[in-house]
Design a binder for this molecule. Sequence first.
Ligand code: OAD
Length: 259
Amino acid sequence: MNAPSAAEIEAARAALAKALRVVVLTGAGVSAESGIPTFRGAGGLWKQFRAEDLATPIAFGRDPRLVWEWYAWRREEVRKCRPNAAHVALARWMLSRPGVTLVSQNVDDLHERAAREVAGDADVASRGLPIKLHGSLFHDRCARCNHRVEGGPVNAASVETLPHCPECGGLMRPDVVWFGEMLPARAVEAAFAAAAEAEACLVVGTTGAVYPAAGVAHAAKGAGASVVIVDPAATELDAIADVRLHGAAGELLPPILAG
Ligand code: OAD
């Protein structure tokens, strides 16, 4: 696939710049250049590991130690990574103009870290925070009473050494959405409300294979938004794109979000 032409980049830039309200939907690809593997492409996590063994409530009930071992490993790997040029460009853009809602499927917290780095001030950075549809790798939630805490290092030697709830003593679990689970209702509501009002929708680094997240782009399109897609490979949302840029987010977002 050829790199996008200057005219295609300009078409994307103009569609986003003129929209009063924009909804941005990001997936694992926006973090690929930070060194975090995606899920479905070559080398993707779901090509190397079975989601049924690691990312379902049934798997956790069957073997919480194994599930925690995998999430603790991911938590430590992701902690070492840094926001890339795509996260930074998005954070700068959101903090420099009103009307942008960022919706992310990612659990890596790199959008937040970029917003904090760019803003350098917690109050300002809060404007750059994403709506997180699939939770966070860096929070634990009690499997019994739902109490949430910030997650630390996990000793997955045995069930006894796993994190336990400071409130009720129940077993904690990673605060991420697993297959077969409902998404956080408030996040879904806010994401679809932003999509319904959007004049443009920027989709970055997602195959668009997982719902309801992918439905955010369809909802925006249905409400009349121009859809701009940035992804190096084919996605299931390509059919609704008004502007389709093939390439890496870290290379394409800085020019299309400039000015
Ligand atoms: P996928 O792995 O399905 O898709 C990643 C997308 O990123 C693909 O379309 C790649 O072509 C693209 N990509 C790769 N490198 C890129 C780059 N440098 N710049 C831009 N795009 C790039 O990941 P998601 O669509 O995010 O759910 O997956 C959705 C959900 O499925 C995840 O949130 C996760 C997973 O199961 C849960 O954990 C609940």
